[in-house]
Ligand binder design. Structure first.
Ligand SMILES: [Zn+2]
Length: 161
């Protein structure tokens, strides 16, 4: 028997980061600051990520490219690796992700790539806690998702960890 099914994703949208509650705005501003540490001479696409940990720490990450393209790191995984290195037992409440580009200003929310979605999902499983996902561009809308599972609907269930 064939069925036509669909996924439904619920998320919150703000027209701009100016409308955000203060704690979200703080994290988005931190992610924007992180774009200044991006090393992106090949794409000129500077991505920043900021993690908010349960203990109040904010950990930044930015994309780090390489002439050997596949070994470059995304901002999200740079931040997650830093958190795992310096606060491995501290749970992560939220991640803000943003991007800027001199070539084409980023006016829509920057979304994580597939590898980063899987990596964020693993962090949720490791700590048994959802990580709020906050996406924005240089300006314009901000999207907030309750969990990376909303952006990775057919995820591998690693809850046995
Ligand atoms: Zn990525």
């Amino acid at each position: 028997m064939k069925e036509n099914l669909k996924f439904e994703i619920n998320y919150i949208a703000y027209k701009s980061s100016d409308e955000l509650p203060e704690n979200y705005k703080l994290l988005v501003d931190a992610a924007k600051k992180a774009t200044n540490d991006s090393y992106a001479p090949y794409s000129n696409f500077n991505v920043g990520a900021a993690l908010f940990l349960n203990d109040g720490q904010i950990i930044l990450g930015s994309n780090q490219e390489n002439a050997s393209y596949p070994i470059g790191f995304c901002a999200e995984r740079t931040a997650l690796s830093a958190a795992a290195s310096i606060a491995s037992h501290t749970k992560i409440k939220a991640i803000a992700i943003t991007a800027k580009s001199l070539k084409n200003p980023v006016l829509t929310p920057a979304a994580p790539c597939g590898i980063c979605r899987q990596t964020i999902f693993e962090a949720e499983c490791k700590h048994h806690q959802n990580i709020e996902i906050i996406l924005t561009g240089e300006s314009g809308a901000v999207y907030i998702f309750k969990s990376i599972k909303d952006l990775l609907p057919l995820h591998f269930d690693a809850d046995f960890l």
